[in-house]
Design a protein around this ligand. Sequence first.
Ligand code: BES
Ligand code: MN
Ligand code: MN
Length: 464
Amino acid sequence: MSPKGTVVDPVVDFIQTSRDRYVTELTQYLAIQSISALPAYVDEVERCAGWTAGELDRVGLEHVRLIETPGNPIVYADWLNAPSAPTILFYGHYDVQPVDPLDEWDSPPFEATVRKGEIYARGAADDKGQIFMHFKAVEACLKQTGRLPVNMKMILEGEEEIGSPNLGGFIRAHRGDLEADVLIISDSSMFDRGVPSICYGLRGLVYLQIDLRGATRDLHSGSFGGGVANPCFVLAQVLGEMKDRGGRIKIPGFYDEVRPLSKEERSTFARLPFNERQYRIDLGAPKLSGERGYTTLERLWARPTFEINGLLSGFTSEGAKTVIPSVAMAKASMRLVPDQDPNNIAELFESHLRQVTPKTVTLEVTRLHGGKPWITQLDNPFVQAAGRAIERGFGRAPVFNREGLSIPAVSTFQEILGIPTVLFGIGLPDENAHAPNEKLDLGNLHNGIIASTFMYSEIGKLSG
Ligand code: BES
Ligand code: MN
Ligand code: MN
């Protein structure tokens, strides 16, 4: 017994004394520039897969493999020496988002820097820091006890941030080897500081590029203005046809498969510690906006959206230029909710767009990526076991929340393998994933390593 009256747990003890080493090692991992979206970084992505494989080997996992795909390699390792215990399939990603705008970073994105108990670097929260948490949990168990309380299969991919184009094929090809009882993913956020959570729903996604072309070249707006269409203006008009002022999407059939929010779920959302005013202030937005008739959490978690992610056309440098641009381009995406299907929605969007686009321009639509929405029941024993572990690790029972974001892999795994998923994320909503100054709270990382070891033992107690 320790002075506080608790039994000294050798695994927890190992974790407590490894704090500084964890920061040193994570700093090395975060130094690798594994940006999957930019072809120039393909060697760094490759190197990151290698580092990940080396790490899985160092922590004591077996059968470590680097598996080539048509894109970036998938890293696999396992530990299957607990014959009567359940098997966890753990999934995460070692690729990261681009870092631009670089000048908004307070410290270089690939030189991890600790300030006030937070580690700043691209990938700190999404997702290297969170997969590292499990590497260290596995390490602590294997180094201190020589075994894991469960069987473990780990898959780390390098293409999550570009929509996981090769993961489905990989899972289908290896479905026999990937058999497991539960899928665990740490690639999401806690509800708030000090409020650990289990996420039970994610939105899906469709991402597209729209190209409009008018005349074959830019034209003088004085000589030609009024006599020929301006693609930039047409683009603004057709995008305006996608959503009304009340935030409702005008694509015919768009809402047909949307699962309405139940009364119970609405009241559960309403009981969560969420302050709309504070949320607005933190965002620095003059006023919140969204679909009429829904609260902010409902809009974020359970309602679909249509967004314009970027626009490009015409003259945008300093000063004025009287010109009619010949082309206009938009990147647009829709977040989807159960039971909307990304392919179906992409088709509805495209036919509506064709309908509202005048013949004065040509239209090209390119689908970039997408994924299905996901929602799960909370009453399965794995979710309950994870809940107990999080309570032991963080000293507070988790809340159950949905998320507005997407992890396309979740529904892919669920469809092919038919197993339940537990999303145990330790990021925070303000940790700047995908943005400058991405960071991870080291206290959460540390508690998360402990909670992960508890999660393995809680799941180990269930029958395999
Ligand atoms: N880790 C995020 C998703 C996430 C973050 C879920 C926080 C829940 C809470 C993931 O890496 C991500 O960025 N997903 C993309 C998917 C896209 C690139 C296909 C997204 O949601 O935009
Ligand atoms: Mn992620
Ligand atoms: Mn991401």
